[in-house]
Write a protein that binds this ligand. Structure first.
Ligand code: PLP
Length: 451
């Protein structure tokens, strides 16, 4: 059912393809059958199903854990595309992070959430003039340019506004890999991201010559969802090398190297989590080398994690509306599906499912009557299946089922309009309290606008 696959190695597998040993305990929204310490049945009664829930205490711990191992020369900018919910963004802004935005919509949301403009970076292909103008007007820390054409449009806009704009030059990973000293991990597929080596040089020279642009470094995004600390570190090291080379050649002082995101989380039960301490140690060594380089003294390294900070903090909770056997196969149909959680169908990644209520949620019953169950949503599409044959005690009609690890690329990367169901509310949880971070939106809101 895969429509598209994220690049990167198969996580959780040894070189021979077998699974690694027992996974360590995870820090995630679901602990001891409770969501952020709260009773799922009470949450469902209060907010209705299906709903998304985000445990902000998990986010706090993910942020603190990462910050604790990073060098002081490293900054974090949360990739807003992973989860643009205002409560999540406010929480991260309050923790002192920056934001990585990819559209004017995300920029506006980041500003509204309280991120200071000088902590916001704007990256992404196909930025329209009005989006570039909004970024310059807001006074963002840096705009990452993805082509010489975009660089020229930005220069004209900065001039018209009378403001000098710092820029990063984005290296296309596959192309940058051909540069002598650059071996970046990843594969940016169709090559729509960033610039090849020739265009990087053109853009760098033009930026240096412009009175309205200030080139300060290079951006490169490696691969998504990497659980391999060594691969992430190698990408960061290669990006720093590329930035130093380009800066020396074009004649600007490198002040910021943006190594993107891609820090993974274990989606499969057998996956080992990313060894953040190992990543931090390699980045510390890299920062130490930068600090001793006369050309790059004072330069900072920027990471733009999304998934790592919020992925395990999120759950999607739906209620069983039907249960049947079809040709001997057990099927459970939920009141929510891939219109709200597209990622399993989009990237071919099954998410862990947990029954939250009823006899199937208890361990003794589960051991007694586990068999393969298809867990599906209500859409008229064969793609709308969360698990083809999950070995589980099947939940009863009325029971609650959680789809885990959906705090990143969950609600935001879905297709909520298909079949005109309501958009599920997003509920924020913190310290034993729950609130509506975004209310349910009924289809009348978008269907009713039609004439
Ligand atoms: C430019 C950029 N930065 C950061 C991210 C965040 O990646 P992740 O959530 O895997 O850390 C993305 C994801 O697509 C991206 O395109």
């Amino acid at each position: 059912m895969s429509m598209l696959r994220e690049p990167g190695p198969q996580p959780g597998r040894a070189a021979d393809g077998t699974r690694r040993g027992r996974p360590p305990a995870r820090d995630e929204i679901l602990r001891n059958g409770r969501l952020g310490g709260m009773d799922p049945a009470e949450l469902a009664a209060r907010f209705g199903t299906p709903f998304y829930a985000y445990d902000l205490d998990v986010v706090t711990r993910q942020v603190a854990g990462l910050q604790a191992v990073l060098p002081v020369q490293a900054d974090l900018a949360f990739a807003v595309k992973a989860n643009p919910n205002l409560s999540v963004l406010r929480h991260l802004a309050g923790a002192g992070l920056g934001a990585d935005v990819a559209s004017a919509g995300e920029l506006g949301q980041a500003l509204r959430a309280g991120f200071a403009p000088d902590r916001i970076v704007f990256t992404g292909p196909g930025k329209r003039d009005e989006e570039l103008r909004a970024a310059v007007e807001a006074g963002v820390r840096v705009v990452t340019v993805e082509s010489p054409g975009e660089l020229r449009r930005l220069a004209a806009i900065a001039e018209a506004l009378g403001r000098r704009q710092p820029v990063l030059l984005r290296a296309a990973v596959s192309e940058a890999a051909r540069l002598e000293r650059v071996r970046l991990v990843g594969d940016d597929g169709a090559g729509k991201f960033g610039m090849d080596a020739a265009d990087l040089r053109v853009a760098a020279a033009e930026a240096v010559a412009s009175a309205w642009l200030e080139p300060i470094g290079v951006h490169a995004f490696g691969a998504s969802n990497l659980l391999d600390a060594a691969a992430l570190a190698a990408h960061a090291e290669a990006t720093v090398e590329a930035a130093l080379d380009l800066a020396a050649e074009a004649g600007f002082a490198p002040r910021l190297v943006d190594v993107g995101g891609g820090l993974g989380i274990p989606y499969d039960t057998g996956d080992d989590p990313l060894d953040a301490r190992r990543l931090g140690a390699r980045l510390q060594a890299l920062a130490d080398r930068l600090a001793t380089s006369p050309a790059a003294r004072g330069a900072r390294i920027l990471l733009e994690p999304g998934r790592f900070l919020v992925g395990a903090a999120g759950a999607y909770v739906a209620r069983v509306v039907d249960r049947k056997t079809v040709g001997g196969r057990h099927v459970v149909v939920l009141d929510g599906g891939i219109h709200h959680v597209l990622r399993p169908a989009l990237v071919g990644q099954e998410h862990r499912l947990r029954v939250l209520t009823g006899p199937a949620a208890t361990r003794t019953a589960a051991n007694a009557q586990r068999f393969p169950v298809t867990v599906a949503g209500p859409l008229c599409s064969g793609l709308d299946v969360f698990a083809e044959a999950a070995v589980m005690a099947p939940p009863d009609i009325g029971d609650l089922v959680a789809v885990l690890d959906v705090g990143a690329y969950g609600a935001t990367e879905s297709m909520p309009f298909f079949l005109s169901h309501p958009l599920p509310p997003e509920i924020a949880l913190r310290g034993g309290a729950a609130w509506v971070a975004r209310p349910r939106i009924d289809p009348e809101v978008w269907l009713g606008w039609q004439t």
